[in-house]
Design a protein around this ligand. Structure first.
Ligand code: ADP
Length: 495
């Protein structure tokens, strides 16, 4: 009988369940989208009950498929959208409020009021003081839902990121736990001593009583309660989505860099077992922790990556499909002259200018949809180059970029990326790095894999893209990009 591991990938727009075999091949999967709620300007919420019902539904579907295919599922790994915050009543398991999603900006004024603490917060958490992270979202729920603060002070409510909420539900309230990677995204967790921090909890006004217990990524997180899934299963691996992708790409060693190109882009660089404070406005975060040893990472994010291509397709409608961007980009020479700075949602690392706006430079009457497509793809590569420069300034250099996400199906993009960053780009055979990472973590805990060396042997590369571009042409491309970013930032400063 084949042994399988069930990976639950609870993302921002959909919930997926995939059963992997020991070799890391996806055997069966199910996926359901759920509702995005935008109740006010800058507010983004999910209904936790819908997250739960889609999770139950996709898990039941793949477990049935697995049973029919003669696969014995040994346990569960969970990976999730990070930072998204749920607070629920411990007695009933009912959420007090919708999940406040990572993108939600409603707590910007709370952060502004705390700005005098921002350096101290970064020194403990490796993060920035920003509405993005969980702490101000928890405080907002406790202060805005009637009776919530009193209940929290009495230990009657629980806080969790999505992993914690799902584990609570799967175990019928037996486990209130999270893993180190998710904890490291809350702004309440000290990444130097790897504990919830008394001072941070006091500053953000979050009582420690509501916080989950923090475990290594491969641990006993609990066992699903009878009747919740078709049969009981141990939950043995947990990591936030970007960290899970690092594990899924076998980025276990110092210097490993994975970059995921989906709607946005998130690059995580493994910096080894000591946290590295960034001087380039990158985040310092937990990469993964196993057997009591923590591996840290530097993280840089590009707010829009594939979303640039979506804008071309659905917004200004100059391409029919995302795929069409490749032949259009290939139809132009390097000196086509058009640069897009895709600050549609501001500029992420290393600029951190959330209010900057997108701009396009160098157009003539000949400018066509090909220029737009090419400039949109090039921009993602230039932004990755900027992240790698920042990482190098922080003292860690990578010799390879491990890529994944929907955009890297585009061969032209991968080649231009290699040309700009001047290191090899490795594209894996299995593009489901995030779900695979959660399965690897569970497999380690369940003894399916002896250690990370055994997991690393499963790494399968589909294609390597090697830099080939002429140095002068590359320099000219980067110069145009840098000038365009400078202008965009200047335009923003004028207001
Ligand atoms: P997410 O997980 O964020 O939903 P995916 O990893 O599924 O994103 O990637 C989807 C994104 O990739 C979309 O924004 C889409 O525009 C982009 N994309 C998909 N295929 C291509 C392609 N061949 N070339 C360029 N972009 C693409």
């Amino acid at each position: 009988m084949t042994i399988g591991i069930l990976s639950i990938d609870q993302g921002t727009t959909s919930t997926r369940a995939i059963v992997f075999n020991k070799q890391g091949q996806a055997l069966c999967s199910a996926q359901q989208e759920f509702t995005q709620l935008y109740p006010d300007n800058g507010w983004v919420e999910h209904d936790p009950e819908e997250i739960w019902s889609t999770t139950l539904s996709v898990c039941s579907e793949v477990l049935d498929k697995a049973q029919d295919a003669g696969i014995r599922v040994a346990g569960i790994g969970i990976t999730n959208q990070r930072e998204t915050t749920v607070v629920w009543d411990k007695a009933t398991g009912k959420p007090l409020y919708n999940a406040i999603v990572w993108q939600d900006r409603r707590t910007a004024s709370i952060c502004a009021d705390m700005s005098h603490k921002s350096k101290k917060i970064t020194a403990k958490t490796g993060l920035l003081l920003d509405p993005y992270f969980s702490a101000t979202k928890v405080a907002w729920i406790l202060d805005n839902v009637e009776g919530a603060r009193a209940k929290a002070d009495n230990g009657e409510v629980a806080f969790g990121t999505i992993d914690t909420f799902l584990i609570w539900r799967l175990t019928n309230g037996q486990s209130h736990v999270t893993d180190t990677t998710n904890a490291s995204r809350t702004n309440l967790f000290n990444i130097y001593d790897m504990q919830w921090d008394n001072e941070l909890c006091a500053w953000f006004n979050v009582p420690q009583l509501v916080l989950p217990k923090v475990l290594d990524c491969a641990s006993d997180f609990g066992v699903t309660a009878k009747g919740v899934l078709p049969y009981e299963l141990p939950i043995a691996g947990v990591a936030g989505d970007q960290q899970a992708a690092l594990v899924g790409q076998c980025g276990f060693n110092k210097g490993a860099l994975k970059s995921t190109y989906g709607t946005g882009c998130f690059a995580l660089l493994n910096t080894g077992t000591e946290p590295l404070a960034s001087c380039s406005r990158l985040l310092t975060t937990v990469g993964f922790s196993l057997n009591g040893e923590t591996h840290y990472a530097l993280e840089g994010s590009i707010f829009t990556a594939g979303a640039n291509v979506q804008w071309l397709r659905d917004g200004i409608q100059v391409i029919d499909t995302a795929k069409a961007s490749q032949p259009l980009a290939e139809s132009l020479e390097y000196d086509h002259g058009v640069v897009l700075v895709p600050a549609f949602a501001g500029l992420g690392a290393p600029h951190w200018e959330p209010n900057a706006r997108a701009s396009i430079y160098g157009m003539t009457r000949d400018t066509s949809n090909a220029h737009f497509a090419r400039a949109a793809l090039e921009a993602v590569c230039y932004q990755t180059y900027d992240l790698l420069v920042a990482m190098k300034q922080d003292g860690v250099e990578s010799t390879t970029v491990l890529v994944d996400g929907g955009m890297v199906a585009n061969d032209w993009l991968c080649q231009f990326l290699a040309d700009m960053v001047q290191v090899d780009i490795q594209r894996p055979t299995n593009m489901e790095s995030t779900a695979l990472g959660a399965a690897f973590l569970a497999g380690l805990q369940l003894g399916i894999y002896a250690d990370i060396d055994e997991v690393s042997q499963l790494k399968a590369i589909e294609r390597v893209f090697t830099p080939t571009i002429d140095t002068n042409i590359r320099q000219a491309c980067l110069k145009r990009w840098q000038a365009a970013v400078k202008s965009t930032l200047m335009f923003h400063e004028i207001g």
